[in-house]
Design a protein. Structure first.
Length: 352
């Protein structure tokens, strides 16, 4: 029921995905009458792999966390996440209020041992025609070094599980590659990641800059949620801008239109690679259940991709694999405290 468009987007996306993926069974959560009407419009009211679970309330984009958590206990978001907790669903996909989704998911599902804060992790395209995983993309605006450290560990576990890479490379987003650059948060995080690299826990590449995301310099790029969300939105805007400029210019005259016809195949591939909808669907990484966040403004095509990400994660038993890897990756409390103390001492020495 969430997002900018609600069932007008989510229901067609669910129907299309179910039709394209014979192994998928989808549970549609919301007011039963509303969802039934949307399904009837699409002639899918008797679809064998779609079922409706009633919810009498919905979380709006304006609702505070208190309202979402305490007052709307029968919201479509809360009911859907409860289905994951109870094992009646393998994953939850929502385009709704990000803050509410994170808060309810964390309250209901809890976090994996060793994880303080879940992070939103998603994919961005790169020049190597593969994905660059990036986190956090907006769940945690204010972070401490240990949080970015945990993001790196979770991201490494995710890429190892999903891409089959035993030692994926981790880059720390910074304003320069040099160790002396960046704010205190980045510098302290870098010390923690280097310590893990020396122990063989992480394959830490070092600092990376914004253009490295799309070069594919590293498999994973780590940053705080403020920087990550701004980067994501700017990247999506640039993709749409480039696509719009190309479309306008290629239609601006007979010769350009002829050139567009000749280069139609290449232009189609360019459009596909730059289409941000193909990368929609970020995992709320670190929870004891699969929850995926779609962009609120996603169309049906984009929302299908969010469903696809959740489906693939469930099919690959991602939670068990990440939990297992996190158990190996995460330092014990005493080790973590000692590592943090060492990092602080090193910075004080450098400053002195």
């Amino acid at each position: 029921m969430g997002g900018d468009h609600g069932p007008a987007v989510t229901i067609p996306a669910a129907v299309a995905f179910a039709d394209s993926e014979p192994e998928a069974e989808l549970v549609l959560v919301g007011p039963e009458a509303v969802l039934a009407a949307e399904l009837k419009k699409l002639k899918a009211d008797n679809h064998p792999r779609l079922r409706v679970v009633n919810a009498t309330e919905m979380v709006t984009m304006e609702d505070t966390l208190e309202v979402a958590l305490r007052r709307k206990r029968d919201s479509s978001m809360r009911v859907a996440i409860n289905l994951v907790k109870e094992g009646q669903a393998d994953a939850c996909v929502s385009a709704g209020n990000t803050g509410a989704l994170m808060a309810i998911s964390r309250y209901v599902l809890k976090t994996i041992p060793g994880v303080d804060r879940p992070a939103i992790c998603s994919l961005l395209p790169n020049q190597k025609d593969g994905p660059t995983y990036m986190l956090d993309l907006g769940a945690n605006v204010d972070c401490e070094p240990q949080h970015l450290h945990q993001f790196a560990l979770m991201g490494s576990a995710l890429v190892s599980a999903m891409e089959g890479k035993p030692r994926p490379t981790v880059g720390l987003l910074n304003v320069g590659e040099e160790d002396i650059k960046g704010n205190d948060l980045v510098k302290q995080t870098a010390l923690l990641l280097r310590a893990d690299h020396e122990k063989g826990t992480l394959n830490f590449y070092g600092n990376v800059e914004g253009d490295d995301i799309f070069k594919g310099t590293t498999d994973i790029v780590v940053c705080d949620g403020f920087v990550g969300n701004v980067t994501l939105k700017a990247s999506e805007g640039l993709g749409r801008f480039v696509k719009g400029v190309l479309t306008t210019e290629l239609k601006s005259g007979p010769l350009n239109m002829l050139g567009a016809i000749i280069a139609r195949g290449a232009l189609k591939k360019i459009s596909q690679r730059l289409n941000p909808s193909r990368y929609n669907g970020g995992s709320l990484l670190g929870l004891r259940g699969l929850v995926f966040k779609s962009h609120g403004g996603a169309d049906a095509y984009g929302y299908q991709w969010a469903i696809r990400r959740a489906f693939d994660a469930a099919r690959n038993d991602l939670i068990s694999r990440i939990s297992s890897k996190m158990a190996d990756f995460m330092p014990q409390p005493d080790d973590a405290a000692a590592s943090q103390m060492t990092a602080t001492e090193n910075i004080e020495q450098k400053t002195a």
